[in-house]
Write a protein that binds this ligand. Sequence first.
Ligand SMILES: Nc1nc2c(ncn2[C@@H]2O[C@H](COP(=O)(O)OP(=O)(O)OP(=O)(O)O)[C@@H](O)[C@H]2O)c(=O)[nH]1
Ligand SMILES: [Mg+2]
Ligand SMILES: [Zn+2]
Length: 377
Amino acid sequence: MAKPRKQRVEFRKNRSTRRRDGDLTRTLGDDPDAAADRATSERISGKGDLTRKRTVVAHDVDADIDGLRVAAGETAWRGRVLNVHGLESHVQADDGRIVRCTMRRLLRTIATDQRHPLAAGDWVRIRDVGDEGTIQSIEPRHQSLSRDSRGRRHVIVANVDQMIIVGSAAQPDLKPGLIDRLIVAAESAGIRPLICLNKVDLVDPSALVPLAGVFARMGYPVVLCSTVTGMGVARLQAELRGRVTAVVGQSGVGKSSLLNVLDPDLDLRVAEVSRENEKGRHTTTTARLLPHRFNGWFVDTPGVRQFQPWQLVPAEVPSAFRDLRPIANLCRFPNCTHDHETGCAVKDAVADGLLDVRRWESCRQLAVGDEPREEDE
Ligand SMILES: Nc1nc2c(ncn2[C@@H]2O[C@H](COP(=O)(O)OP(=O)(O)OP(=O)(O)O)[C@@H](O)[C@H]2O)c(=O)[nH]1
Ligand SMILES: [Mg+2]
Ligand SMILES: [Zn+2]
């Protein structure tokens, strides 16, 4: 390969700064879904900065680096997507360098069933000129957390090992149904779920024991936590080493606060839960990867109000319910929906107090594809 050299080049039109029409920040408010939807349809202007020059390390001739064909003036490498903002993302290379990237035009159109072709956590191939890059390809994902967003797949984060599902004991109120749904998404993606019931300082912890027991009996780690008293923090820290851990849950439950106590170097922004509705205000608006002191990564995610796992086949829902799964095998009919059938072992187990009635309801609701209504939350 020819020796790279430095040269002065002009910005190409499609690499120049893009200007937004109007003030999106103000018009979109706090809703991260609206922001993401808007970002993909946003009109952008390629004008501006056309005469600027920059110094880049360039190859004299076309080269083949790491399996990627690289044109003169470009370098190529593999990296991990830290966050995605509309058409832009930040990607970290193996040497720690972080580069702002856009996506190759073809990639933007190829994944039609996805809300966005790129997700935080993706491994990608980049070509760059100086300190700006273009994502050329996305590697196949394993273990990604996906939800259904109006019929399209929304990959919240890709390539994670485990997820801490956070609920809060109060402010906002605990939503066990949301925890069930997040467990289903984790189970069907092969992600290890850990359940964290936060803000325990606000309640009598004994009130949480029955619910914690339901999850613990299924074999999931359940940690009662408080970022105020430090309860449960060491227990969670013990699970982090060398892993990519996503933190998910309703807005305002304390996900970012929890990351701040798990690794105080992070210093993430947290906010008061609004008093009027206690629903939280989406302080975190996009998923982002954050390296932590235990030689792994966190993924802080925006709060979810509702969660419909992506492409859930009704008949397969019970298999994502660890407590229900072994009982469902005993039903008289193999295609039992555990709803009205005679000889349903699941209904019998609920009647006998062997299976939690709330879990049975959660399972039925998911199997018929019902979104929980907002007023139920
Ligand atoms: N009492 C109490 N308050 C907490 C605890 N953990 C977090 N909080 C408070 O809860 C509020 C919301 O915390 P955040 O960390 O911003 O919540 P989040 O889940 O990241 O919210 P989003 O980013 O909007 O999804 C803040 O006012 C925190 O100070 C806790 O253990 N006990
Ligand atoms: Mg947050
Ligand atoms: Zn049944």
